[in-house]
Design a binder for this molecule. Structure first.
Ligand code: ZN
Length: 145
């Protein structure tokens, strides 16, 4: 996962709501580099008082429409975990598979990284559909300027 230094700094320097999972939308350019982030705080999870990150789809659609004008496409979604929960939860896997089934054919894979707080440990999970099955691998983070 290649990410622009400025975007990386925005992700790690955000003052997250530590009582719940937060997250955000990632946007990539035509070379697959993450060049945008839209951090989503407070998230739906706060509203429903459950500590699972649920993407705010309405807000994301507005962001994607704005990014489209700058030739930035949907690159995935990151979210925060606490207490060193480094793996994706069943709830995470459920929205990941829903999203993968709705993305345009041109997008082959998406990133669903976890940001572990408060230690700031980033696990760049990559997801793709393989014969209709969700396939998740751990990618290597590369911060570029
Ligand atoms: Zn999660």
């Amino acid at each position: 996962m290649k990410i622009l230094n400025s975007v990386w700094n925005e992700i790690i320097r955000t003052d997250y709501n530590l009582s719940c999972e937060n997250g955000g939308l990632l946007g990539k350019n035509e070379n697959g580099v993450i060049v945008k982030v839209a951090i989503d705080i407070p998230s739906y999870s706060d509203k429903y008082n459950i500590c699972t990150y649920t993407p705010n789809i309405e807000q994301f659609n507005d962001t994607l429409a704005k990014w489209h004008k700058e030739k930035v496409i949907f690159g995935g979604i990151f979210h925060t975990h606490y207490s060193n929960k480094a793996v994706l939860s069943n709830a995470d896997l459920s929205y990941i598979s829903k999203i993968l089934k709705f993305i345009p054919k041109g997008i082959k894979d998406l990133y669903f990284p976890i940001l572990l707080l408060p230690d700031i440990n980033f696990i760049p999970y990559k997801a793709m559909l393989n014969n209709g099955k969700v396939c998740i691998t751990e990618d290597i983070l590369e911060v570029i300027s």
